[in-house]
Design a binder for this molecule. Structure first.
Ligand SMILES: Cc1cc2nc3c(=O)[nH]c(=O)nc-3n(C[C@H](O)[C@H](O)[C@H](O)COP(=O)(O)OP(=O)(O)OC[C@H]3O[C@@H](n4cnc5c(N)ncnc54)[C@H](O)[C@@H]3O)c2cc1C
Ligand SMILES: NC(=O)c1ccc[n+]([C@@H]2O[C@H](COP(=O)([O-])OP(=O)(O)OC[C@H]3O[C@@H](n4cnc5c(N)ncnc54)[C@H](O)[C@@H]3O)[C@@H](O)[C@H]2O)c1
Length: 496
């Protein structure tokens, strides 16, 4: 049978949250776009990451919230209903069925190609699907959005167990009686919390002396203390030397003399870009490495201006929201740069005024903070860790700001001293911190630690991205009695 061949203007490899958004926006000026996906459309976030992990964490958080409120606490007479929590998680992941996302892709006019994509040369790919290989040519551009996979550290015997990664943890149907979690980063902390809620005896094995090293030190300290209160055994400075499965469970040698014996091991030691089976070598790029990009998300290692990358695979972003921001930028860059219309008046039917505003001339001369450059990635990235307490931060930590040579002032305030917090829960405890660039008088970083502080973060993101002077922030009056009143208190500590 002759190999089939198809041609598109733009080919997006990877139908995760990022690839879907790139494909949607790239098609706005009438370019023909294909999206290639070899597993589930929706990717990691929908089925094995953000959504199932948050569904698993939510019941414990809701119970803890009710327990903190006299008048409600007495109504909490049990622990998390694990079967119901798993059933809710299964609903949220649509039982790992991507039908609704496929419907959406098809409704947008994007061509969905099911199969594994591999480069055979510049703008040339094969897509290996159930019906055999298809040769695919991209006339204008290819966007790599293949995401990332869990890293297994080179610990003797670990790969042979095999251990859980975040995929097995987020899709678990059973609760291990004893769970070891390797790695004190975001996945480690969130999953230690969830499985402790479900009744596992959890041991969190941390190489260094802190949790959540990307956040301010006080955040990791608060989470470590609360995990200990939840019954999690947090081992700092612990190195896993070997792992082996025996009749009584998995034995981990931590160099302490006695093995730690558990039923499952969850490896949460970071991610690697999914670029090994992609034919990158045919483009002169190194398989296994991230596809490095500039602020327009154009690959820096390939000539011709046709290759782009976004999401985890670029090594530039590591969350869905920031990856989707990059997706919007690169989609707009491609739609404008390769606009097939002879003039803006030829917009495809149904184009919005925003679509018509896409303009090749503007894209070519775009600078920082234009819609065509992902400027926020460089110092204004928000992140929420759904631990208890929650940790939410945006922009630079104090240490990161100082290492950039900024002359900064740190403003701090304990959240329990805000009237809104005392109403929220009798035992409310938390802390907020702003990092202020003294030369410009603007906030360059903010961190909140406490119950439900995730919802406080966006105000800080606006302050950082908007470079709003403290004197103007003073006029943004927080409502009484909300936890947001901490903004007023923080500004007062700055002397306003
Ligand atoms: C446990 C966990 C919890 C998380 N929680 C959050 C959270 O709460 N909030 C948040 O913002 N972020 C969270 N993240 C991070 C978030 O999941 C990722 O940043 C996001 O999924 C990246 O999206 P992506 O589209 O770049 O990659 P992916 O979602 O990995 O999508 C890439 C897609 O490409 C496909 N693919 C790969 N190679 C090929 C190929 N050669 N051919 C065809 N298809 C291919 C894959 O099958 C996949 O569907 C979490 C991560 C983990 C591990
Ligand atoms: N709520 C969210 O937004 C959310 C939730 C989960 C994951 N994510 C994203 O997913 C990404 C991956 O998360 P992650 O927790 O896997 O990575 P991470 O980089 O956050 O943490 C990995 C941790 O493992 C440690 N580590 C590395 N090698 C080790 C070894 N051999 N032994 C022991 N510890 C080791 C590292 O020091 C680090 O502390 C993150 O970048 C995060 O942004 C986001």
């Amino acid at each position: 049978m002759a190999e089939q061949a198809q041609e598109f203007d733009v080919v997006v490899i990877g139908g995760g949250a990022v690839g879907e958004n790139v494909a949607d926006r790239a098609g706005r000026t009438g370019l023909r776009v294909a999206l290639v996906e070899h597993a589930l459309v929706g990717g990691e976030c929908s089925y094995w990451a953000c959504m199932p992990s948050k569904a698993l964490l939510r019941p414990g958080a809701a119970l803890a919230a009710a327990r903190g409120v006299p008048g409600a606490a007495a109504a909490v007479t049990g622990d998390v209903d694990v079967a119901a929590a798993f059933a809710r998680r299964d609903e949220i992941t649509h039982h790992w069925d991507d039908g609704s996302q496929v419907d959406w892709v098809q409704s947008t006019g994007i061509s969905l190609l099911r199969g594994h994509a591999r480069f055979t040369g510049p703008r040339e790919l094969t897509v290996e699907g159930d019906d055999g290989p298809v040769r695919v040519t991209a006339r204008r551009a290819v966007v790599v959005a293949t995401g990332s996979a869990a890293v297994l550290p080179p610990v003797e015997g670990l790969a042979e167990l095999p251990p859980w990664t975040s995929r097995e943890a987020t899709s678990a149907q059973q609760v291990p009686a004893r769970l070891a979690v390797l790695g004190g980063g975001v996945v480690g902390v969130e999953m230690a919390t969830a499985f402790a809620d479900f009744g596992s005896a959890v041991t969190l094995i941390v190489r260094g002396d802190r949790l959540l090293t990307g956040a301010e030190p006080f955040a990791g300290e608060a989470v470590a203390a609360s995990l200990a209160r939840l019954g999690v055994s947090v081992l700092f400075g612990a190195e896993t030397r070997s792992a082996r499965r025996e009749a009584d469970g998995v034995h981990l040698d931590l160099g302490t003399g006695a093995d730690l014996v558990v039923d499952e091991v969850l490896v949460a030691t970071g991610r690697r870009p999914r670029t090994t089976e992609l034919g990158l070598e045919t483009l002169g790029l190194e398989p296994g490495k991230a596809v490095a990009v500039d602020d327009a998300l154009q690959a820096t290692g390939v000539d011709g201006g046709w290759l782009f990358a976004a999401g985890d695979v670029s090594g530039r972003t590591a969350t869905t929201h920031q990856g989707k921001y990059d997706a919007r930028v690169v989609g707009d860059v491609i739609a404008a740069r390769f606009d097939p219309r002879s003039s803006a008046a030829d917009s495809p039917d149904g184009a919005t005024p925003g679509d018509r505003a896409l303009a090749a001339a503007d894209e070519r001369t775009a600078g920082p903070w234009s819609r065509y450059r992902a400027t926020a990635d460089l110092g204004s990235v928000p992140q929420v860790v759904f631990s208890r307490p929650e940790v939410a931060w945006v922009g630079l930590t104090e240490a990161a700001a100082r290492s950039k040579g900024l002359d900064v002032r740190v403003l701090g305030y304990d959240l329990e001293n805000v009237a809104g917090a005392s109403v929220f829960a009798a035992d409310y405890a938390g802390h907020a911190q702003l990092v202020v660039d003294d030369a410009r008088g603007v906030v360059v970083g903010a961190t909140f630690v406490g119950p439900e502080v995730a919802e406080l973060l966006h105000a800080a993101t606006i302050a950082v991205v908007g470079e709003v002077p403290l004197e103007r922030l003073w006029h943004a009056v927080p409502s009484y009695p909300t936890v947001s009143e901490v903004w007023l208190r923080l500004l007062e500590t700055a002397g306003l």
